[in-house]
Design a protein around this ligand. Structure first.
Ligand code: ZN
Ligand code: ZN
Length: 339
């Protein structure tokens, strides 16, 4: 079968590799579409030890079951499925509490084990969710990033927040924005340093949008909210400066969710947090419930992907990967590969 192989540092190529066989408890999925994730681009560009070649990456994928291994019930060849990017042990307290994404033994596809940048991928049956006919393969591959947006907003206690600010109009930010919209948030505001991305955010319902290069984001949000601040702020960048802005732009008693992972160390005003009783939550990956909710949002036509998602054949994978690492393209934000 063909796979996009990360063969050595800085080397990616499409080549023939042996077909996987399902181990007991696994199925082999014929991949229909797979997303290229920002974490994979950053890992490749920075030679991260979390993704060491030789490796087939890819953790955002859907497809059709080709072969079912021993001991798997409830799935048959031909079933359309989405794969949870996180593989968990299923036995520990976190897994038993429905928090499989926090399992200490968790693994992600395309890190220690082969992922979905290939025609076929062996996956544990416990990671599967059925994909309804009305959700397309391209949407199916976006279920995982959409579920990241669902997960971020599931950590927010306020129902029907008035103003939601999303910092960062990349894939996760645009998904979080659309989840907030589907939840009934009254006003959506988006900030990004890239004008093209702001146009997309605006087309998806953000009004107004802010470019922090042109002026002070926190002051603009305060002014827009009559001095109060946003009820909910999602930081989908994860830089020290955006984490600080997220806290400062939230209202007293407001909620901040950090989902971006751009940097580790963060300088923050402790007074803003304590005196304003602001709550900061970290959001990592997804639960099966988030994936289920994301499939529902696609099935009910709540999510727009047309202006910013672009699929490519797997054969172009190496070129597209390099293009995304080098400079953000003008005509799309999220790339998918179709094996
Ligand atoms: Zn991802
Ligand atoms: Zn576990």
């Amino acid at each position: 079968m063909k796979a996009l192989v990360y063969s050595d540092w800085d080397q990616l190529e499409v080549r023939d590799v042996p077909e996987p066989k399902p181990q007991p408890g696994e199925v082999v999925v014929r991949v229909a579409a797979v997303g290229i994730c920002g974490s994979e681009l950053e890992g490749f560009a920075s030679r991260s030890p979390r993704r060491t070649p030789p490796l087939v990456m890819g953790h955002e994928f859907c497809g059709e079951i080709q072969e079912v291994g021993a001991g798997v019930s409830g799935y048959r060849p031909g079933d359309r499925v989405v794969v949870n990017s996180v593989i968990s042990c299923g036995r520990c307290p976190a897994c038993r509490d429905g928090q499989s994404h926090l399992c200490p033994e968790r693994e992600v596809f395309g890190m220690k084990r082969p992922g979905g940048f290939a025609e076929l991928c062996a996956v544990p049956a416990a990671t599967l969710l059925p994909l309804p006919e009305k959700v397309s393969p391209v949407e199916g591959a976006l279920v995982e990033p959409l579920a990241n947006g669902v997960h971020a907003l599931s950590l927010v206690a306020q129902r029907l927040p008035e103003t939601v600010l999303v910092i960062g109009a990349g894939t996760i930010g645009l998904m979080a924005l659309q989840v907030a919209k589907a939840m009934g948030a009254f006003r959506l505001v988006c900030a990004d340093t890239n004008e093209r991305r702001l146009e997309v955010a605006h087309a998806l319902g953000a009004e107004p949008v802010f470019n922090p290069v042109r002026g002070d984001l926190v002051a603009a949000i305060r002014e827009f909210t009559r001095g109060r601040g946003a009820d909910v702020v999602i930081d989908a960048v994860g830089a020290s400066v955006t984490r600080r802005q997220a806290v400062a732009a939230s209202r007293p008693g407001g909620e901040v969710v950090w989902i971006g992972l751009h940097e580790d160390a963060t300088e923050l005003s402790g007074f803003d947090v304590v005196l304003g009783e602001r709550r900061i939550s970290g959001s990592y990956a997804v639960t099966p419930r988030d994936l289920q909710a994301a499939i529902g949002l696609f099935a009910h036509g709540k999510i727009e992907i047309a202006p910013w998602v672009k699929p490519f054949p797997l054969a172009e994978g190496a070129r597209v990967f390099r293009e995304l690492v080098t400079a953000p393209p003008e005509d799309y934000i999220k790339a998918l590969l179709l094996p």
